[in-house]
Design a protein around this ligand. Structure first.
Ligand code: LMR
Length: 420
């Protein structure tokens, strides 16, 4: 029997307009649907091995076996703040095991739905409680989801210059100038390392100057750290900017993802950290921590109740075992090293082909991505004529290149650049 039809919906187009498809996940679907044997996926930032396949880190496999064989493991709820053995090590990983902020109990660490969940929890907290200039400054460009996450909680967003199209490096004076010009007590989002999408990071000296301006303007830094270990292959070095700000006594927020560095993409393992500034009166610091923590727990409970257990358990198993930890560092070096070798290979091939333009930025940039400088029209042509998939801003995920397709990609870029 046909269902009885009703004439109205409570959700007409004026109330619920069609939302655009997510560009990144749309790209992933289009790539999967493409039947060409030549197709190349340089879209989403997920590591691939030299045969273009997802890589389950060997150390993660070991941790999974340990969990599987553990007779005490079960599927009970985690506490609201997540798995303590995971969040405490996550804090040490980003802040350093000897961080004064940890020793002085100035940190709050809450397990989240990966980095996105951590950015969201921070955004929600700011939207509800921030009394400074209620506006967050993003680098231009930034990870597209930053905008959506803050807009969804009605927190105003704006940008500071970041990428210099001429040098394909950092527009440092533009960045510093805009942060200086921002109203006092603004929120400044900073990519801790391996900037997404540009692959361009400030130097240590530049970070020190950024910190000076942020202090002078009493801004609140919010670090997004999705690629620790991917920029240099060295966990401590990649946490350098965050650690410097903490040493300088800033109060700050951190969103930390374990998707990329553990290859735990779909397991959604992440952490949000709040670091309180060391106030003169330690009781006042403790009071800040206690109040902020209580509200973060309250938000978390209503948002997700408590976080998922498996990915956190995997990461915790590795982070709490010295031998597994060094094996993880080795796995990280494998990933960062392969990406680095693809940067070298791509640049060499483009230069050998004499492709018009300069290509040093491919090896100057770091981390998962390269911001190629290709235009939207060129990106379209790469897709329609060569089955190469990348975001329309010209970003490529370097991990999608391997010894089998880098030549094909270089030749495709060469053809497209020449035809323009
Ligand atoms: C990316 O930028 O490709 C990744 O961070 C994946 C994502 O969720 O956007």
């Amino acid at each position: 029997m046909a269902s009885p039809s009703v004439a109205v919906t409570s959700f007409p187009a004026e109330a619920v307009p069609q939302a655009p498809e997510d560009p990144l996940f749309g790209l992933m679907a289009a790539y999967r649907a493409d039947t060409s044997p030549d197709k190349v996926d340089l879209g989403i930032g997920a590591y691939r091995d030299n045969s273009g396949k997802p890589w389950v880190l060997p150390v993660v496999k070991k941790a999974e076996t340990i969990i599987h064989d553990d007779p005490t493991a079960n599927h009970e709820y985690l506490p609201i703040a997540g798995l303590a053995s995971f969040t405490s090590k996550a804090a040490e990983l980003i802040l350093g095991a000897d961080s004064p902020a940890i020793a002085e109990n100035r940190t709050i660490s809450i397990q989240t739905i990966s980095g996105t969940g951590a950015v969201h929890l921070g955004a929600l907290f700011l939207a509800k409680f921030y009394h400074g200039n209620r506006q967050i400054y993003f680098s231009n460009p930034t990870w597209a989801n930053h905008n959506q996450i803050f807009s969804n909680v009605n927190f105003a967003t704006t940008t500071y210059p970041y990428f210099d199209k001429q040098s394909r490096g950092l527009d440092f004076s533009g960045m510093i100038g805009a942060i200086e010009a921002a109203p006092n007590n603004s929120v400044i989002l900073l990519h801790a390392c391996a900037h997404n999408p540009t692959g361009v990071d400030p130097t240590q000296e530049q970070w020190a100057k950024i910190a000076d301006v942020i202090r002078k303007k009493r801004h609140l830094p919010f670090f997004d750290c999705a690629y620790q270990g991917f920029a240099s292959g060295d966990l401590a070095r990649d946490a350098g900017a965050v650690r410097y700000f903490v040493e300088q006594g800033f109060e700050l927020l951190i969103a930390q993802s374990f998707a990329k560095n553990f290859g735990l993409y779909g397991e959604r393992a992440g952490c949000f950290h709040f670091v309180a500034a060391p106030q003169k009166d330690t009781a006042a610091t403790a009071d800040t921590v206690s109040r902020v923590k209580s509200q973060l727990y309250f938000l978390q409970r209503s948002e997700i109740s408590n976080p998922p257990i498996f990915g956190a358990r995997v990461a915790s198993t590795v982070l709490n075992d010295a031998a597994l930890f060094s094996e993880w560092e080795e796995n990280l070096r494998t990933m960062a090293g392969r990406i680095q070798s693809m940067r070298t290979a791509l640049r060499e091939k483009l230069e050998a082909l004499g492709t018009p333009g300069t290509w040093n930025h491919i090896t100057d940039q770091i981390g998962m991505f390269s911001f190629t400088g290709l235009t939207e029209a060129q990106v379209q042509k790469l897709r329609s004529d060569f089955h190469v998939y990348m975001t329309k801003n010209g970003r490529i995920s370097m991990a999608g290149l391997n010894t089998n397709n880098v030549e094909y990609f270089a030749k495709s870029v060469d053809a497209v650049v020449r035809s323009a």
